[in-house]
Design a protein around this ligand. Structure first.
Ligand code: PA5
Length: 401
């Protein structure tokens, strides 16, 4: 169960007439969504895809001790968020997944390669375009290690590629070497790809993906709430609240805020508009950014993600620590509201595979609606493409890569 509080610490900042004006256009926004050719993420995943993912995950778990996921942006943030939330802080016993390809740090890559030397590992390379340079460099460097360790036939069993079916370096790799591949659907963009094999394959190594899929589609019933949330954000923006900070009170939720930031940042930030998404992990950040939020420039609003029921393992003065954490959350919203900071609350009754997936669908819907409200295309990312192109041009000047 997910609850939304768009009232307590928000209402005084909202012009109800403007809200009603936008909300009355609900059918128009729904039609816009339905008529888009980039909404593969709202459609059911094929049974045969689920079976293929489960079969491959079983094979990976039976044959290797670790999988390196190589991808960046929308190709890894969703499964990484789950991995962060559900793995244990210490002595984690889940199947080891290493997320690489998100940096061009040579120190990181060198140390990763040294670590992998002794490991029985496989690779899952994920890129819709198949041309992303961070992904391709990481892949080619780790593949060199595979080549040093194993013969060709063995390498072929260790590489799993998720990409489009037509173009790009990864697609060529699949064709040339007959690697096992999964299709990155044409009608789904990176940040909306949670329900594709880009995320479901790494997730299937540790979790019941049927539960994840069920929870995800359960998010469909939140369509009205998603539109309300998108409208409230837009109205806050119109009032000069240009930054939205997503606040969590569990450090393992940070991966989720990274995913949310990418989703809203790339979806809305176009044509000189959009809300800048950022995040805080409280209570840590109450002792740093909290000061700015309470008393600094009034351009921020906050969206709190609350977990109502985590555990009662630790008690302090006859209260569970979880309760105390939530008392701090409530007090923070109340304090920040007094400092003219609107605070939206999204509460998850129980943190489990289903509820996190439901939340993911809810945020995707909200982001899509938000794009329409800001009158930008929610499904492209022309700015990211510009940087990729500039980078490639500079690299090409250095010669063949
Ligand atoms: O959401 C998006 O489309 C982007 O963030 C991409 O996921 C990111 O740029 C990686 O692109 P690709 O999957 O083509 O490697």
């Amino acid at each position: 169960m997910i609850r939304f509080d768009f009232e307590t610490y928000v209402k005084p900042f909202i012009n109800q007439e403007r809200f009603n004006y936008y909300y009355a256009k609900k059918e128009f926004y729904i039609d816009k969504l339905t008529n888009s050719n980039m909404i593969g993420w709202t459609k059911p995943v094929l049974k045969e895809t689920i079976n293929d993912i489960k079969k491959t995950a079983k094979y990976i778990k039976n044959n290797f001790e670790c999988m390196v996921v190589i991808g960046i942006g929308g190709s890894f943030l969703g499964s990484h968020a789950f991995h962060e939330i559900f793995k244990k802080y210490f002595n984690d016993e889940s199947f080891e997944i290493i997320y690489a390809g998100t940096t061009l740090s040579s120190k990181y890559l060198e140390e990763l390669i040294i670590y992998l030397k002794e490991k029985n590992f496989c690779l899952n390379v994920i890129s819709k375009s198949g041309t992303t340079i961070e992904t391709n460099i990481t892949y080619s460097e780790i593949k060199k290690l595979l080549k040093r360790k194993y013969p060709k036939e063995e390498i072929q069993k260790r590489i799993f590629i998720t990409t489009n079916k037509e173009t790009g370096n990864l697609n060529e790799e699949v064709k040339k070497n007959n690697y096992k591949s999964f299709e990155f659907p044409k009608d789904i963009g990176g940040r909306f790809s949670f329900i594709t094999s880009a995320h479901l394959l790494p997730l299937a190594l540790n979790y019941d993906i049927e539960k994840i899929i069920d929870g995800y589609y359960d998010g469909k019933r939140l369509i009205n709430r998603a539109l309300e949330y998108a409208i409230i954000r837009k109205l806050l923006f119109e009032k000069g609240k240009l930054i939205e900070s997503f606040c969590v009170f569990e450090q393992n939720m940070q991966g989720l805020t990274e995913w949310i930031k990418q989703l809203f940042g790339e979806t809305e930030g176009k044509k000189g508009v959009g809300i800048y998404p950022t995040s805080c992990v409280y209570t840590k950040d109450l002792h740093s950014l909290g000061q700015f939020i309470q008393e600094g420039n009034k351009i921020i609003f906050e969206t709190f993600i609350k977990i109502e029921n985590v555990n009662n393992f630790i008690n302090y003065k006859n209260k569970s620590l979880q309760e105390i954490n939530n008392i701090i959350l409530d007090s923070t919203m109340s304090a920040h509201f007094k400092g003219s900071v609107p605070c939206i609350e999204i509460s998850i009754e129980k943190l489990n595979l289903e509820t996190v997936s439901t939340l993911i669908y809810f945020f995707m819907l909200s982001a899509a609606f938000s794009g329409f409200l800001f009158e930008v295309d929610p499904f492209n990312q022309p700015g990211v493409e510009i940087y990729k192109q500039e980078f490639m041009e500079s690299l090409n000047k250095l010669g063949d890569i």
